[in-house]
Design a protein around this ligand. Structure first.
Ligand code: FAD
Length: 492
């Protein structure tokens, strides 16, 4: 009997189970998913309480990357997906404590509407003039692997980067744009520079191209979608289908150790060689050479193994066997983050909530990163007359400034709402979700590191990695990573 064990029941691990059972050319006889928590979905978690839909982690996924939409269609929930409220599309950026509307006409987050840029109070006149230099500066010949911050500052100037681009782009990763790798996060921006000679010129060309293709103004359809009652619907549908397909799904199953085939151990720069003193596991008569030990002492053997955990958890599993691979996995940094959702009667919010919310540039020195006006972005997610606000706290390099307790985070969120929106009332409901080491940081060096990780995996037949740590942190990328892991193990 052949078996696949997937460690980690986030979206990547669940997607891997789905793809092996629906796509693999030589599927195993048995598929087991082991999740240490008492619920499925990992970072995806939705609470439905008192007429509110509260997302603890992600709240939408991008529709342009095909893998999320395709899975939703296969699971029969595509008709439950909707975009953000088309009637109140403003997004604001904080500058010196005041909210400024995001200038219209951003294409791929790059400004392409000159009138809007001239009018915005977000950037000073010298800053705007510097942005115009993008039309004159030749493309850099071979800049090497650049940080997002360096690249955007080089093209549009430091002020435009700090006031406009940094909060929009780095915020996605809760990252530091001066460390994030352009190549690993927004590689198309460098393509625009190379192909069109400048960033704005390239964004304008992309805008024209999209208008020609769609026959409509860009942005007329929502780029981000989500199911009616939250992203947990995706997880619920996936888990339901996996049960129908016969997958064995086990919650509360923490993997504490994996013994590798033949007890091989690899240290940096060593060739594979059986260690004479290593305790080689007895080959399991029913299955292959990986032997998994759970926290309650139970062991299960398997021929095929997918580690769909954060990279540092995969490193812990690999460390006794392959120090080089473990060190590479451990070198992927993570930022901790938290979301705090607060509900108020609308009358308690002095400012009109006429948009999706606001982002906060790093240079503002706030402990919050952004605030989503959930009840405007998705009106059906709060009862009539209620405001639901979601504050994001925590970004790479600033974790020490934060009290990571529920009370500490609630205080930060309430202070943010008081300072920016003038809300002083106590919320009628609040939920705090703390995510330690949650957001992998695709810093400069990430693409090369991932390449070495994938090469190192070749030493371990039957082993694959999936999840947000490697080729994309968004939900569609994680789904795709599950599919790729299955392809590596079963379609060769
Ligand atoms: C606050 C927040 C907001 C976000 N917003 C968005 C958004 O709007 N759109 C978007 O596309 N993406 C967003 N993301 C990113 C996205 O949600 C994640 O990258 C993605 O869900 C990660 O999925 P995953 O399966 O790779 O990992 P995870 O969800 O982390 O799943 C890994 C699982 O492995 C389990 N595990 C770990 N070790 C073991 C072990 N030893 N044994 C058994 N199980 C183990 C964990 O318990 C976990 O459930 C957001 C992330 C956060 C934190």
């Amino acid at each position: 009997m052949t078996r696949l064990i997937i460690i980690g029941g986030g979206i990547a691990g669940l997607a891997a189970a789905y793809f092996v059972l629906t796509r693999a050319q030589n599927p195993p006889d048995e598929v087991i998913v082991l999740e240490k928590d008492d619920r499925w979905g990992g970072k995806i978690t939705t609470e439905r309480a008192d007429g509110f839909v509260i997302e603890g982690g992600p709240d939408t996924f991008i529709a342009l990357k095909p893998w999320g939409m395709a899975l939703a269609r296969e699971l029969g929930i595509a008709d439950r997906l909707h975009g953000s409220n088309p009637k109140q599309k403003n997004t604001y950026i904080l500058r010196k404590g005041r909210l400024h509307p995001l200038p219209g006409g951003l294409t791929m987050m790059i400004p392409t509407d000159f009138g809007g840029m001239l009018r915005t109070g977000l950037i000073s006149w010298p800053g705007k003039l510097r942005m115009g230099l993008d039309f004159l500066l030749p493309p850099a010949k071979s800049p090497g692997e650049e940080s997002l911050g360096r690249f955007v500052s080089r093209r549009l100037g430091r002020e435009a980067y700090e006031a406009l681009i940094e909060p929009l782009m780095s915020g996605i990763y809760a990252g530091d744009g001066d460390l994030l790798s352009l190549q690993a996060t927004f590689p198309y921006l460098r393509d625009l520079e190379v192909k069109h000679g400048g960033l704005v010129r390239g964004a304008l060309a992309a805008k024209r191209e999209r208008m020609k293709r769609n026959g409509a103004a860009p942005g007329s359809r929502s780029m981000f979608v989500t199911p009616q009652t939250g992203l947990a619907e995706l997880v619920e549908a996936l888990v339901g289908r996996l049960r129908e397909l016969g997958a064995k799904l086990r919650l509360g199953a923490e993997v504490v150790e994996v013994n590798m085939p033949g007890g091989l151990r690899i240290r940096p720069s060593e060739q594979i060689a059986p260690e004479p003193d290593s305790q080689a596991p007895e080959p399991d008569s029913q299955s292959g050479g990986y032997r998994i030990t759970l926290s309650d002492g139970e062991t299960i053997s398997t021929d095929h193994l997918i580690l769909a955990t954060p990279a540092y958890a995969a490193a812990r599993i690999m460390r006794p066997h392959d120090a080089e691979l473990a060190a590479l996995l451990d070198a992927i940094p993570y930022a901790s983050t938290a979301t705090i959702s607060l509900a108020y009667p609308l009358a308690a919010v002095p400012r009109p909530l006429d948009g999706y919310g606001y982002v906060i540039p790093r240079r503002e020195g706030r402990r919050a990163l952004a605030c989503t006006w959930t009840s405007t972005k998705f009106p059906h997610r709060a009862p009539e007359g209620m405001a639901l606000l979601r504050v994001f706290v925590g970004r790479a390099g600033q974790e020490a400034a934060i009290d990571w307790t529920e009370d500490g985070l609630l205080d930060i969120a309430r202070e943010e709402l008081r300072l920016t929106l003038g809300v002083t009332a106590a919320p009628i409901l609040h939920r705090v979700f703390i995510w330690p080491r949650a957001m992998p940081q695709y810093n400069v060096g990430h693409p090369a590191r991932v390449q070495r990780i994938m090469a190192g995996l070749e030493r371990w037949p039957g082993l694959a990695l999936a999840g947000a740590a490697y080729h994309g942190i968004g939900i569609p990328d994680c789904i795709h990573s599950g599919e790729m892991a299955v392809g590596k193990l079963f379609d060769r």
